[in-house]
Design a protein around this ligand. Structure first.
Ligand SMILES: CC(C)CCC[C@@H](C)[C@H]1CC[C@H]2[C@@H]3CC=C4C[C@@H](O)CC[C@]4(C)[C@H]3CC[C@]12C
Length: 404
């Protein structure tokens, strides 16, 4: 190792991220969703503005980065492929595609809906990744993201179509995700349907169901089935799948749960064990990290807890559009609910003008798409601008309001 590498290693050892959210300043209170709903009978429920108390202190942009908690699976996938093992590559990619769902477990609060032009950066050299996202459209609500890792790039946009069904809401992600390895191998897939149950009565929870097709441009592709929820299910959250080679023969099977772990075995042995699916002879691909000891009412994972941290060092570098600078979200994180609510109302008023902005030709600052139905792609330049603190063309989206 030369001196430069040593310094770099040293820097990684000194990255300290927080392990807890700040202690709430005001006391937490209980509010029932029902009390809100009964005041809004007859209105389109997806448009009802909920008080900040139903939010978690993260924006949807930050939530996108939560899908990269297990990015090491993609590093491994890259290494396997480099050594000529395309099968292990796609198995790791499949485990990655499932792993993103694990953070949903026990999460009952809404993320903040970012303002038009709001951005979020995440520079995690200790994981070897750098992530960037921007809210690129308000109607329809669209978020674009781009992430670079060790030997791969990952990008996509999230376009959720939501259907309200009385007791539940069904969310269908329409966007396509792309993963490109530095050696040219590319995978595409879309996320499955998420349903949120018990909006009116009982305990809110969500489930993910449907088929995910991971299509590669070389030897392999993979099909994963997220099981539909059924009453009295002894084995909920199950994911089953297989890898197919170019001739259509099944060369590996996958089994696991989106909130826990994924296993694989070569051939199609797993599915042959009739009644229940066993992982006895299977190999572990991915296991979820342990939850933090003090989960708080938001149930954030240890990784999610780090996402909204704002150190004084970072504050100097961020553009004025970063989610970490959003005042209502910061107040909520600090447990100042009254102030958070007041700020949320102010920003939502601004948000309502976004439609006009877009109609008048507003364009995202960091992403672009070729046509109406193409994926938004990063145009580059964010990290370079950050280097020079060149933020003069970034809008002051959160207003003159200053936080300390
Ligand atoms: C009405 C309120 C109080 C109920 C709580 C709603 C919670 C459970 C909802 C609100 C927004 C939802 C998220 C919105 C978008 C996505 C992306 C999708 O690809 C996976 C599910 C995921 C991550 C959803 C999980 C459930 C979620 C967090």
């Amino acid at each position: 190792m030369d001196e430069g590498q040593l310094n770099y290693q040293n820097m990684l050892l000194h990255i300290k991220r927080r392990t807890k959210l700040p202690k709430p300043i005001e006391r937490e209170k209980g509010v029932s969703l029902w009390s809100i709903i009964k005041d809004n009978v007859g209105k389109d429920l997806t448009r009802v503005c909920l008080p900040v108390y139903f939010n978690e202190p993260l924006s949807s942009l930050q939530k996108c980065f939560e899908d990269l908690e297990y990015s090491y699976l993609l590093d491994q996938a890259y290494e396997h492929g480099k050594k000529g093992n395309g099968l292990m590559r796609i198995l790791n990619v499949a485990a990655f595609a499932v792993s993103g769902y694990s953070s949903c477990d026990g999460r009952l609060c809404k993320p903040f809906n970012p303002l038009l032009g709001e951005t979020y950066e995440a520079d995690y050299p200790e994981k070897g990744v750098r992530f960037f996202a921007e809210k690129v459209s308000h109607h329809p609500m669209l978020i674009a993201c781009h992430c670079e890792g060790r030997g791969w790039k990952f990008w996509g946009d999230s376009n959720l179509r939501s259907k309200f069904r009385g007791q539940s809401i069904q969310l269908d992600p329409l966007g396509v995700l792309t993963l490109e390895f530095d050696d040219g191998e590319i995978f595409h897939w879309s996320k499955v349907t998420t349903t949120i149950y018990n909006l009116i009565l009982g305990k809110v929870y969500c489930n993910h169901h449907g088929t995910m097709n991971i299509l590669g441009n070389r030897q392999y592709s993979c099909k994963l089935k997220f099981k539909e929820q059924s009453l009295l299910d002894r084995n909920p959250h199950q994911v089953l799948g297989f890898v197919e080679d170019i001739n259509g023969s099944k060369v590996a099977t996958l089994v696991g749960k989106w909130d826990d772990s994924m296993y694989f075995s070569f051939g199609d042995e797993i599915l042959k064990t009739k009644s229940s699916v066993s992982t006895d002879n299977a190999n572990l691909l991915w296991k979820r990290n342990k939850p933090p000891t003090d989960p708080t009412r938001y149930n954030l994972t240890s990784f999610a807890i780090t996402l909204n941290e704002l150190t004084s060092e970072l504050k100097e570098k961020l553009p004025p559009t970063d989610s970490r600078l959003r005042p209502d979200q910061r107040y909520l994180e600090n447990g100042e609910y009254e102030k958070a609510n007041a700020e949320k109302l102010r920003l939502e008023k601004r948000q309502r003008m976004s439609r006009k902005l877009q109609e008048n030709g507003w364009k995202p600052r960091w992403f672009q798409r070729d046509s109406e139905d193409a994926t938004f792609c990063y145009t580059g330049g964010y990290w370079e601008a950050r280097e020079q603190q060149k933020w003069d063309d970034c809008m002051d989206i959160f207003g003159e309001y200053s936080m300390n």
